[in-house]
Design a protein around this ligand. Structure first.
Ligand code: HEM
Ligand code: HEM
Length: 347
């Protein structure tokens, strides 16, 4: 009996060492493939020191539908922070119930992207934030009108003055974008099973997730989706090997070509960041694919020229679920009441 116990203990120890050795080997492999944890602390942004006053103001602006012409649509309408930072629609619905051409990407961890939008046309979050406020199919407003609205509300004037001290005229469209950027850099999701595991906690991911991670690297996903955000860094033709059908890759949207006007950029898009991807269906810039396993299989044929079996896709999907982090706790702001000077909603 004693002998059996010892043998069992030894063999269990052996198994434990084996698993530990596998985990550390896989960890090294993941690090060499450029798969990185979310860094601790609030990321810094160039030219926009992040302060408490800016973050609080930015949160109000992000939630305030009065930045839109109609008074109905806020950033949070299409980037719902209670739903993974997107709208879970194929393509977004904006001003006058118009459907836009592209799927809304999550704002969570967007600060880690090398550039913003599916085609990377905005260099950072500050540049990005000015776009939707003015876009006809999104919030359809004019910068002058936004400034009139903000200046008509005394609490906003006070908050802009505190957030941008020493500026003679702090309520500007630029400062609105800076405050929103400051809020957005707080929208990071550390503590996912992958982050805990890569930091050394073997038990943080299941065996299936570890097998999925191994496949993710072996199949070549990490060649395009790596870094802190598992993507968001570089551009590739969507359909590098086999072009998806028009339902998934609508011919009218030529991606980065619209930014660079270079023929080789036709149908080139930014490799989507994959953090929290389990929360942000439907997938791709067209939002045409609802099932994550189907999206993974499509990547196999379109980008890698390889068939990914259902079993392999299931493992990769299990791993992708390990990229769901702690969602930021957002205190819903009480927005200041409008005054007689506030422009009326233009529906
Ligand atoms: C893209 C923030 C309003 C729909 C983005 C991105 C950010 C962002 C950071 C880029 C994410 C990435 O590339 O990974 C904001 C802010 C808003 C706002 C701060 C308010 C000022 C809206 C609204 C809608 C919307 C109201 C829907 C009507 C979209 C879509 C994209 C996008 C469709 C992708 C567009 C493209 O790639 O061409 N937004 N957003 N956003 N947002 Fe918003
Ligand atoms: C988009 C996963 C391989 C480039 C996506 C999306 C997923 C994904 C889930 C959708 C993102 C979203 O909707 O937010 C994977 C997996 C791969 C893989 C699991 C390995 C099996 C690759 C490779 C490349 C690549 C090798 C580059 C050659 C892209 C691009 C997009 C994308 C450009 C954006 C497509 C669009 O315009 O909608 N990937 N990917 N992916 N991936 Fe991959």
């Amino acid at each position: 009996m004693k002998k059996t116990m010892i043998a069992l203990a030894v063999s269990m120890g052996f198994v434990a060492t084996l698993v530990a050795a596998d985990d550390s080997a896989l960890r090294e492999k993941a690090k060499s493939a450029g798969l990185l944890p979310i860094p601790a602390g609030v990321p810094e942004v160039a030219g926009n020191p992040v302060t408490r006053e800016k973050i609080d103001l930015g949160r109000m602006l992000f939630m305030d539908p009065r930045l839109s012409a109609s008074g109905v649509i806020s950033c949070n309408t299409c980037h719902n922070l209670g739903m993974g930072g997107d709208d879970n629609l194929p393509t977004s619905v904006g001003h006058g119930w118009q459907t836009g051409p592209r799927n809304s990407p999550t704002v969570l961890n967007a600060v880690f992207n090398a550039a913003q939008f599916w085609d990377g046309r905005a260099e950072d979050l500050k540049a990005q934030a000015k776009g939707p406020v003015q876009a006809g199919v999104e919030m359809a407003n004019k910068p002058e009108n936004v400034v009139v609205t903000l200046k008509s509300i005394p609490e906003y004037v006070e908050r802009f003055t505190k957030a941008f001290p020493n500026e003679p005229d702090p309520v500007t469209f630029d400062n609105m974008a800076k405050a929103i950027e400051a809020f957005e850099v707080t929208l990071v999701t550390p503590g996912s099973p992958f982050d805990d595991w890569i930091e050394g906690n073997d038990a943080a991911m299941t065996d299936e997730q570890k097998q999925g991670l191994d496949l993710y690297i072996e199949k070549g996903c990490s060649a395009c989706h790596s870094g802190v955000n598992f993507g968001g860094q570089d551009y590739f033709p969507f359909g590098l090997i086999t072009k998806p059908g028009a339902d998934i890759l609508p011919p009218g949207d030529k991606g980065r070509f619209q930014v660079t006007n270079t023929v080789s950029d036709e149908y080139v898009f930014r490799a989507g960041p994959l953090r929290n991807i389990a929360l942000t269906a439907p997938y791709f810039h067209s939002g045409a694919v609802w099932d994550l396993g189907a999206a993974v299989a499509l990547m196999g044929t379109a980008q890698l020229g390889t068939e990914i079996s259902d079993e392999e896709a299931a493992r990769i999907v299990a791993f992708l679920h390990a990229l769901t982090g702690e969602q930021p706790t957002i205190e819903y702001p009480i927005l200041p009441v409008e005054t007689a000077e506030t422009p009326r909603p233009d529906l």
